[in-house]
Design a protein around this ligand. Structure first.
Ligand code: BTN
Length: 325
């Protein structure tokens, strides 16, 4: 079943009222507040219960929310999200092939900028360059669609960088954990990969129709290959995926709007501060060539700069594999 939240419907309004108040709310109060019938109220309460919410009723016909399921339902994400663009429409599916494929289809059918797709688990999660992305239940898998006014296809590398920055900022804010990045947009913790970003575009010759940003982060995942880690494996603590997703959505909106305002330089320089490659010798496979050199930074388009042995600086715009030598 696909759950969608596009506008504030009655169920969402009643859910919000329960979330805001830990005390009992009288049925009369809710009926008056939303100008609805008792029947409407009971139907909404039943609906919430069908999603696993435990709602208690007392002898005065008052109700309170006792327990919420640990699912990132669209209304959980939308509650107190505080964004204007990102999350305008939120789709949730327990199990999906790939949130990227799902959102592309929505985009081709006219979905608005800011649409978000969330999955609890992916069966065919996609990584960069045709790789797969291991997506068990304990992680975060989300995609967001943007319809930029000005962006050119050539700027997508910058977008991917500022989105990986957004993830790092969000994780720091929500958990206090400092992550780092490896160019172009692999997210690392303690030398192991913990997350990744996949940006894809639908463009014509001179115009980007929309682009999608897919974010995967290993949050509470307990079993991973040795080269990967999760927030849980590193800290032995469990984290709320709902709170993390909300913060990621806030940060991707913030960075996207900054980019639209033209403040890309500041964002890229902040990204550079989180990258752990500087000063290290790299071997980069670019198509059929191998480039070696010391990583010295990125340029204004987000290309990696490598200084070779005779002092010249090579630009790498898309690398298949980066190896530290
Ligand atoms: C990478 O580092 O290779 C990028 C990984 C991107 C994974 C995310 S999970 C959500 C979204 N849906 C997908 O199928 N892939 C991206």
């Amino acid at each position: 079943m696909t759950l969608v939240l596009e506008k504030e419907d009655l169920n969402f309004k009643i859910f919000k009222e329960f979330k805001k108040n830990s005390d009992y709310l009288s049925g009369q109060y809710l009926v008056d507040k939303f100008n609805i019938s008792c029947q409407d109220l009971l139907q909404s309460i039943k609906k919430l219960e069908s999603f696993g919410y435990k709602i208690e009723v007392n002898s005065n016909r008052s109700y309170r929310l006792r327990n919420s399921p640990d699912k990132f339902y669209p209304w959980e994400i939308k509650y107190n999200l505080g964004t204007n663009l990102v999350g305008r429409a939120i789709y949730f599916k327990e199990v999906l092939g790939s949130t990227q494929d799902f959102i592309r289809n929505l985009g081709q059918n006219g979905a608005c900028g800011g649409t978000v797709v969330l999955a609890q688990e992916q069966k065919k999660g996609k990584g960069r360059r045709g790789r797969s992305w291991f997506s068990p239940e304990e992680g975060i898998y989300l995609s967001c669609l943007f319809r930029p006014k000005l962006l050119l296809a050539g700027n997508i590398a910058q977008v991917a960088l500022i989105m990986s920055l957004a993830c790092i900022q969000a994780v720091k804010k929500e958990t206090g954990i400092s992550l780092s990045v490896k160019w172009p947009n692999d997210i690392y913790l303690e030398g192991k990969k913990i997350g990744g970003i996949l940006c894809e575009l639908e463009a014509e010759a001179d115009k980007v129709n929309f682009f999608t940003v897919g974010i995967g982060i290993n949050v509470n995942t307990r079993v991973l290959p040795p080269e990967a880690t999760s927030l849980f494996l590193s800290t032995k603590r469990y984290f709320s995926k709902i709170l993390l997703i909300k913060e990621i959505l806030r940060q991707i909106e913030k960075n996207y709007l900054e980019m639209e305002k033209g403040n890309i330089k500041e964002l890229l320089s902040s990204w550079e501060k989180h990258c752990f490659l500087w000063g290290r010798r790299l071997r980069v496979e670019v198509l059929d060539k191998i480039i070696e050199g010391e990583a010295v930074g990125i340029d204004e388009m987000g290309c990696l700069l490598l200084r070779n042995d005779i002092g010249f600086v090579d630009k790498v715009s898309s690398a298949d594999a980066i190896k530290l030598t």
